[in-house]
Design a protein around this ligand. Structure first.
Ligand code: DAT
Ligand code: MG
Length: 135
């Protein structure tokens, strides 16, 4: 069974030149690119994407950050793609993320944690629909 997940190389990752590193790691793992687009999110799309965090104290800052520059949106597929990419990304807090993961190797701050990966099949379907409605 082939699953799909939404991956974002967030604005910090794009600005730091980590696009190649992220794509190379997920391709090396065996995940396959289905769609890719560099774009700057509108506030509306950002608030929708992070809707589950609307009541959190960091929500305003998170929306500013994610709309603050171009990001790379990817749809990738493969067996257990959601779980596979979350494992490559590492824990949300890059200081706690294991070395060898993307966040563990390249990040220091919770907000600026380089990548997003959908956290469940349901989230993946919702997020892919938001970013790539034609898929
Ligand atoms: P993840 O991106 O690992 O799925 P999440 O869904 O809990 O994590 O949070 C979404 C993003 O919000 C996360 O990538 C970084 C930011 N974030 C989470 N917790 C935070 C906190 N305590 N302070 C600041 N930013 C936070
Ligand atoms: Mg999440």
């Amino acid at each position: 069974m082939t699953d799909r997940t939404l991956v974002l190389v967030k604005p910090d990752g794009v600005a730091r030149g980590l696009v190649g590193e992220v794509v190379s790691r997920l391709e090396a793992k065996g995940l396959r690119l289905v769609a890719a687009e560099l774009r700057t999110l509108t506030r509306e799309v950002a608030e929708e994407h992070y809707g589950e965090h609307r009541e959190k104290p960091f929500f305003g800052s998170l929306v500013e950050f994610i709309t603050g520059g171009p990001l790379l949106a990817l749809v990738v597929e493969g067996p257990r793609a959601v779980e596979a990419f979350r494992a490559l990304a590492g824990a949300t807090d890059p200081v706690k993320a294991a070395p060898g993961t993307i966040r563990g190797d390249f990040g220091l701050e919770v907000q600026n944690n380089i990548v997003h990966g959908s956290d469940s099949a349901e989230s993946a379907a919702r997020e892919i629909g938001l970013f790539f409605p034609s898929l």
